[in-house]
Each structure stands twice: as C-alpha cells, then as structure tokens.
Design a protein around this ligand. Structure first.
Ligand SMILES: *Cc1c(COP(=O)(O)O)cnc(C)c1O
Length: 398
C-alpha cells in the first residue's frame, strides 16, 4: 500500500476531508477501495511472525486491521486533529469500548445528565453490575461537576450541545476540573462533528462519535469512532483486538465518502437551522425556540466561542402541550417523523413520547422535556419549503 504525500504547509479541513488517509493498492485506484477480506497473507513464516508482533502497523485480520477502516480512521483523526483513532461498529460500542479500556471495578464516572439515552443505559444498567458507579450532573453547572468528583472518579463524560435542549457545556472549564482530579475527560462530539467543534483543542482527552449521524449523514449505515492520544488509542486497539467491536470495511467506505462532504453538509444544515429557528421565534403559536445560534439562547456567547456555528438541531416549544405539538408534527409532509438525526432530510420528533418516553414524567418535566417540545434535525431541503411545511400545523393551533 502507498499513501499520498502532501505539501509541508498545514492543510485546511476541506482538503483533508477529501485527501487525508488515502491508501492505494498496487492497482493505483483513484477512489478508495473497499477491502472485503477477513485476513491477509504473508510470503513466509518470518513475515507472518513479524506482522503479528507489530499488529498496529500491518494488516493481519479485519477484526482489528483493515485498509478501508484505516483510511476512515486516519481521515477522521486528521479532521479532529487527534493523534490516533479506532473506528467501531456503532456509536454505542465506541462508548462501551472507552469504559472497558479505561475503567475497572470500583471506579466512578461523572456524566452530564442530558446524554444520549443508551449512554445512560450502559452506565447505569450495565457497568453498574461491574461495580462502576455513575453520578449525573447538570451540564451547565461547573460547580456540580466539581462537587461530584470523588477520589475514585476516573472518567468525566459529556455531550455538547445536549439533546434535545441544545444546552452548551463549558468544555475548557470541565477539562480543568477533570485534570485536577486526574480523570479522563471524554466528549461525545456527535452533534457538532469536527466541522463545528474540536473538543481535543478545548481540553478533552478523548472524543467519541456516532458516525451514524452527521458523518454518514444520509441515513445508511451505523458506525462509531474513538479519538485521542496515541497512548490511549493503543489501549483501545488492544481491547478491540480481543473484543471485536469492529467497523465493517463496507461501512467504513460509506463513512469515508461521508467525510468528503461533511463540511458542506454540516455548514449548510446549520445555516438552514438558524434561518428556520429565527422564523419559528416569530410564530405566535411557538412559546420558545432553542438553537445555540440564536442570540436568545442562554449560552449563545459560549456556544459561539466553542463552535463555528450553532448546529443542525433545533428544539421548540409549541403552546398548549402534547396535542398541539402532535398537530404540528402530523401536518408536515416533507419532514420525516423519525428519531434519527444528522440526515440530509429534515427529521421531526416529539421527545416526550419517543426518545425520552421511558423517563418518569416528573423527571422529564424537571429536565425541561415538556409535552409541547418538538425537535428538528434540519436537512438540506430549501428552508422556504421547510417553513411552509411547519406553517400549516402552526396555523391550525395559532
Ligand atoms: C445516536 C447517538 C449515539 C449512539 O450511536 P449509534 O451509532 O446509534 O450506536 C451516541 N451519542 C449520541 C449523541 C447520539 O446521538
């Protein structure tokens, strides 16, 4: 295999997104190949022995080394400005692997309360059985993070912006607390992607991704990734060699192609979201709109320091509760009613009865996930068409 060599000047993310990590076989293919092979062959026993001894540098067996997967890992690492990356079969297996690689029985996790539902399931219902305890704190309260730290806290885990309320964490501030207590600071960067936010530059030790969302961006495959220092990623690599939470070569290829258009999609989707959010703010049937790009957002200033743009996700509260929220959702013809996000097609969800339906109602209300809340993940449709799509339902209740 050969790699492209670039100029010595630092390259822009747009260039890295289409060039970084490319490997070519002896056929000199221009587009990246899909290496559908479970194992690799050697000229002789000595070469086989050498490859097995240095598993991280050669290709042996696709559970832990595959050229298409390598290309995806190296390209995403270039975009996140990380030393190294291990790709995984899903966003959830990435989070599972981080915990399994770093923690042991008796350790403690501090996690922001508003993280992805399955992340809470893992921490509270799976790792708790292995005697790893988790404390949940308010994402925007630095003092709460400090107060939750214990001598055995070995990991701090957050998501920013949060889902669905788009609250913004002070990543640098939380990083200082984690460092003081010698805990690994992990940021789930799924909502922003490296196009909008680079947590490692703000003080995170590890970034985790659900590549299923914006990185694929077209609703096709599942995938995940873990990024960080060579030292940490080497621990994850060793774990994966035995645990096998491997990303398939085919999915890696789809995601590699997704990276090529990531900045175009994420920036346009964020702009569409901001335009739509501004329009929603003017609607009499809407009580409140949450988008980090709006001046009215409680952490707007912090968001604009940390992120290039506000992102594609908007939440808004319709006056009159569940019935009216459902009326808005059910009268859309363009938006897809689905809980997925990050797609080029706009998706619309009622969190209180879907993604957060299993939460006890009192906890849900307290967390701000009220019955009138509607979440949008804005896609690439023309924003005027999206406005018209939402206007019908809003006019019926206005
Ligand atoms: C979807 C999601 C995950 C889980 O990813 P999968 O690829 O579905 O396993 C984790 N974190 C966030 C923020 C997500 O939105």
């Amino acid at each position: 295999m050969t790699t492209d060599s670039f100029s010595s000047k630092p390259l822009h993310p747009e260039t890295l997104a289409v060039r970084a990590g490319t490997l070519r076989s002896s056929f000199n293919e221009h587009s990246e190949a899909i290496f559908l092979t479970s194992s690799f062959v050697y000229a002789n026993s000595a070469e086989a022995a050498e490859k097995f001894a240095h598993a991280e540098t050669g290709f042996i067996y696709s559970r832990f080394t595959n050229p298409t997967v390598s290309m995806f890992q190296d390209r995403l690492a270039a975009l996140e400005e990380a030393e190294a990356c291990v790709a995984t079969s899903s966003g959830m297996s990435a989070i599972f692997a981080i915990v399994a690689a770093h923690l042991k029985a008796g350790d403690h996790i501090v996690c922001s309360r508003a993280v992805f539902g399955s992340t809470i399931q893992q921490f509270s219902n799976i790792f708790s059985r292995f005697n790893i305890e988790t404390s949940y704190v308010d994402l925007v309260d630095l003092q709460a993070f400090e107060n939750a730290m214990r001598p055995n806290t070995r990991m701090v885990f957050i998501e920013s912006p949060s889902n669905p309320l788009t609250e913004i964490a002070d990543i640098a501030g939380i990083s200082r607390i984690a460092k003081k207590h010698d805990a690994l600071f992990v940021v789930d960067n799924c909502f922003c992607t490296p196009v909008l936010q680079k947590p490692l530059k703000l003080g995170a030790d590890v970034v985790t991704h659900s590549a299923t969302k914006f990185i694929d961006g077209q609703g096709r495959v599942l995938g995940g990734a873990i990024l960080g220092s060579k030292e940490f990623i080497s621990k994850v690599f060793t774990l994966n060699r035995s645990a096998g939470f491997t990303l398939s070569a085919f999915n890696a290829w789809v995601l590699l192609k997704g990276l090529e258009t990531l900045s175009l999609r994420v920036e346009k989707q964020s702009q569409n979201a901001l335009d739509l959010a501004k329009w929603l703010e003017q609607q009499p049937a809407v009580e409140r709109v949450l988008h980090p790009g709006l001046a009215s957002h409680p952490q707007h200033t912090l968001a604009m320091q940390q992120q290039k743009m506000g992102g594609a996700v908007i939440s808004f509260i319709v006056k009159g509760g569940r019935q009216n929220a459902w009326t808005v959702i059910d009268n859309t013809k363009i938006c897809s009613i689905t809980a997925n996000l990050g797609d080029t097609r706009t998706t619309i969800t009622h969190p209180a009865t879907t993604t957060h339906g299993r939460m006890p109602p009192a906890d849900r209300e307290k967390a701000g996930l009220v019955e009138g809340l509607v979440r949008l993940s804005v896609g690439l449709e023309h924003v005027d068409d999206l406005i018209n799509d939402l206007a019908l339902g809003l006019s019926l209740i206005g």
